[in-house]
Write a protein that binds this ligand. Structure first.
Ligand SMILES: Cc1cc2nc3c(=O)[nH]c(=O)nc-3n(C[C@H](O)[C@H](O)[C@H](O)COP(=O)(O)OP(=O)(O)OC[C@H]3O[C@@H](n4cnc5c(N)ncnc54)[C@H](O)[C@@H]3O)c2cc1C
Length: 344
């Protein structure tokens, strides 16, 4: 039983979770990426597939183990497809004896006619070409009809895969239900220009779980919106509490969007600036370094990135179990060299 906590002001920033568009049975076979633990679990799944293939003597049985399917070609799917491509083509290249990681298939699926919906057509095309150059198969224009233990069914055709990852959709937290207030069609809480809920000047809802239009368009579910709204709500509450004049309505300042597609390549869209390639990747790296809290962390991450970029080396084959409930087991003791580490 929870203990009630009274409040003068309530700020709800409970974000989103994966949405399987009413097909919750897919979740068991196609995990999504939202948290660091999800990212580690997905990485373990990919590495274990390689270990299983290495242990499998019959090459005819390698197909589904070495086929990685990503459902959803938005920024998450595109970035992940690029990262897996770099992992299998570079990092794992000479790590196995029986299998050739470069033979792995990476398939990125989306029902939309193009990748990277929030970006311009030209940048979406550049990202797609980059993925194809990295060896990713990009299949657009068809939704996934079925996901099960054997793989996926798309447009009547089965793709056999033991590793399907859901990068398609998100659904907001049930904040609208908790508050019993109006939501938009996606279920995000409708908020006012001062980020409060109508009729509740003491309740703020910010970030991905909030719905606010600006210049006739809904604000996107990105970190910049969440950060700026959090700052605004904090300032407003502080000014109310200290009896100072309150600021004008919230206004989102869009600094632009970026997505990284494999090593040394990104797309960047900021106002009229649309660039793709190495320069965009440098900007991506600079922005991400700048957001790290301490200068010592910035320096160590920078040095680590330079080292990884130059050598391609990283702790890629560590299979880590952050949940600690059941240690991840390396499958191919005799064939592989995987390490299993539990962080519990
Ligand atoms: C893989 C991925 C990549 C992304 N990349 C980018 C990017 O490059 N650029 C960008 O701008 N945005 C990116 N985003 C989006 C960005 O992460 C979100 O827009 C941002 O995190 C939203 O912040 P938030 O505070 O609203 O929600 P969140 O960051 O999701 O935080 C919500 C928190 O509330 C907690 N919570 C939920 N329910 C409850 C409850 N009942 N009680 C207590 N706590 C609860 C959750 O555990 C979570 O910690 C990415 C998202 C993902 C998943």
């Amino acid at each position: 039983m929870g203990v009630p906590i009274g409040y003068d002001f309530l700020v709800l920033a409970t974000g989103v979770t994966h949405s399987y568009f009413g097909r919750s049975e897919f979740e068991k076979f196609a995990p999504g990426l939202k948290s660091l633990a999800d990212a580690v679990a997905i990485r373990n799944k990919i590495l274990l597939a390689f270990e299983q293939a290495e242990a499998e003597e019959n090459p005819a049985r390698h197909g589904d183990l070495l086929t990685f399917v990503l459902v959803g070609a938005g920024p998450t799917g595109v970035e992940m497809a690029g990262a897996i491509a770099v992992l299998v083509r570079n990092t794992l290249k000479s790590e196995f004896r029986r299998i050739n990681p470069e033979s792995a298939k990476i398939i990125l699926l989306d029902m939309a006619p193009r990748v990277l919906g929030p970006f311009s057509e030209e940048l979406a095309q550049a990202a797609k070409e980059r993925l194809v150059n990295l060896g990713v198969e990009v299949r657009l224009g068809h939704g996934v009809d079925q996901i099960d233990a054997g793989g996926v069914l798309v447009d009547g055709a089965r793709i056999a895969s033991k590793t399907v990852i859901w990068t398609a959709g998100v659904a907001p937290s049930p904040a609208g239900k908790w508050l019993n207030v109006g939501t938009d069609r996606a279920g995000r809480v409708r908020i006012q220009q001062d980020l409060t809920v109508a009729g509740h000047p003491e309740v703020f809802v910010v970030g991905d779980t909030a719905s606010l239009d600006q210049d006739g368009k809904p604000l996107p579910g990105v970190a910049q919106v969440a950060i700026q709204q959090g700052r605004y709500a904090g300032t407003l509450i502080h000014r109310i509490v200290t009896g100072k004049s309150t600021p004008g309505p919230f206004r989102y300042f869009d600094k632009g969007n970026m997505a990284v597609v494999g090593k040394g390549f990104a797309v960047l869209q900021s106002g009229k600036v649309h660039i793709s390639g190495f320069l965009a990747w440098l900007a991506w790296a600079a922005v991400h370094l700048q957001f790290l809290a301490q200068s010592s962390l910035r320096a160590s991450v920078f040095l680590q990135w330079v080292w990884t970029y130059a050598t391609g080396q990283r702790g890629s084959r560590l299979i880590v179990n952050h949940h600690g409930s059941e240690p991840a087991k390396p499958v191919a003791k005799e064939a592989g060299l995987a390490l299993t580490i539990s962080s519990k």
